[in-house]
Design a binder for this molecule. Structure first.
Ligand code: C5P
Length: 400
């Protein structure tokens, strides 16, 4: 999808700029041309020499470089690309973009362009969560700027949280989706996936056998159709989907908070195997064997994330999809579940051990909607995901 395309890559000034070097290689491997632009701060983190050597062309830096104007003016530079990628997009660059400030080559190109723009933000977690940056994010999204990341994790500054730049391959996947301009372009979809871990004490927890494979496949299929996907995952073993914004959580309550924080969304797919109960009062210390009495665990109910989001008055996604893993009376139980949870669709499957579905590569599902039940033939989980993503695109397409 990237082959033969022309990419203008703006490298902002942040420690994540080192990943931009790898990004240039990954884009080049896929047969696209990269024209690099370095901001002044960007050039403090990676040298113009390494950038131009990897890109195989000049790294542009200065708005007033007359040679550049003679070769290619800044207006032409900003419009000759198929896609502009900003990686890393610093808080400062995003603030300039949101306010139409054009005081250097990068910001001028971004203001002068009529080409789609994809940004990969990278900054300290406090800068990301700051009200000013959050305002700028909302403005940029409203202006149709595409986002990939940031991811959550350890940061170079020693803090933890959202702010890490997306990995080069995630950016490549988002670029492919942006260039594909699929039917879900401009749509935000939340996907929950994996099991949850509910702590008993600092070293023990309750869990289940969900691998997260179906959830990862659904997120990847939605990214492929151009959606912006927030993937809220418990501790799963399946690989995370490239191109999605990944939010890692452990418990059901954290998962609900992460989903609520990710709203608004056009659709939400609740594929996670959320623990129904948690231990009522988890111990702060490791529970000791005292040789006489056995520990007793008292349980309390977890929030039902699907039902909570489906019941929202304000900010309910237009399409709320739940899963029903059943071992008997699949149709009747799943149909009742659709009504009980207040969701629009239920993807029901039979997870009796004999089916080999739980933990396997295939799935046989029944899609239950207001119109009735539809049996899908047994197919690979990736095919179920692609078919479901197509149906989501069709339903959201009708809604506008
Ligand atoms: O009630 P049951 O667990 O069978 O419902 C399954 C559906 O509800 C799945 O879509 C699952 O992700 C969702 N769920 C949830 N929060 C819970 C329990 C289930 O979102 N606490």
């Amino acid at each position: 999808m990237l082959a033969g395309r022309s990419i203008l890559l703006i490298i902002g000034g942040g420690i994540a700029a080192y990943k931009a070097l790898d990004l240039i290689r990954r884009i080049g491997e896929r047969g696209a041309r990269v024209t690099p632009v370095l901001t002044r701060a960007g050039a403090e983190f990676v040298t113009p020499l390494s950038v131009s050597a990897l890109a195989g062309r000049k790294a542009y830096q200065d708005l007033f470089d007359l040679t550049d104007e003679a070769e290619m003016g800044h207006i032409e530079l900003s419009r000759s690309a198929d896609l502009i990628v900003v990686a890393p997009a610093t808080a400062d660059l995003m603030a300039k973009m949101a306010n139409g400030i054009a005081n250097d080559l990068a910001s001028t190109l971004l203001l002068a362009t009529d080409t789609p723009v994809l940004i990969a933000p990278a900054m300290n977690v406090r800068m990301w969560t700051h009200a000013a940056t959050q305002r700028n994010i909302a403005t940029l999204k409203g202006d149709g700027i595409g986002f990939v990341g940031p991811n959550e994790g350890d940061m170079a500054c020693g803090e933890f949280g959202p702010g890490r730049m997306a990995e080069p391959l995630e950016i490549v996947a988002a670029m492919e989706a942006a260039l594909a301009g699929g039917p879900l372009a401009g749509r935000h979809v939340i996907v929950t996936s994996g099991p949850t871990h509910e702590p008993i004490d600092p070293v023990r927890y309750l869990a289940n056998r969900s691998s997260g494979a179906q959830g990862s496949a659904i997120a990847a299929a939605l990214v492929a159709l151009g959606a912006e996907v927030t993937f809220v995952t418990g501790p799963a073993s399946a690989p995370e989907p490239a191109g999605a914004r990944i939010v890692r959580v452990e418990t059901a309550r954290q998962m609900l908070a992460a989903v609520e924080a990710a709203l608004p969304a056009d659709a939400a797919v609740f594929a996670a195997a959320v623990a129904d109960w948690r231990v009522k009062s988890r111990s702060d210390q490791k529970i000791k064997k005292d040789g006489a009495t056995l520990p007793r665990l008292e349980f309390t109910e977890n929030p039902d994330i699907l039902a909570t989001i489906a019941a929202r008055k304000a900010g309910r996604p237009a399409l709320v999809i739940g899963f029903a893993a059943e071992t008997e009376n699949v149709l009747a139980n799943a149909t009742a579940k659709r009504a009980r949870k207040g969701c629009d669709w239920i993807v029901a499957n039979d997870v009796s051990p004999a089916t080999g579905i739980m933990g396997g590569a295939e799935n046989a599902v029944t899609l239950i909607t207001a119109e009735g039940a539809e049996d899908w033939p047994r197919m690979r989980k990736s095919e179920v995901a692609a078919k479901l993503a197509d149906r989501i695109a069709a339903a959201l397409g009708q809604e506008i």
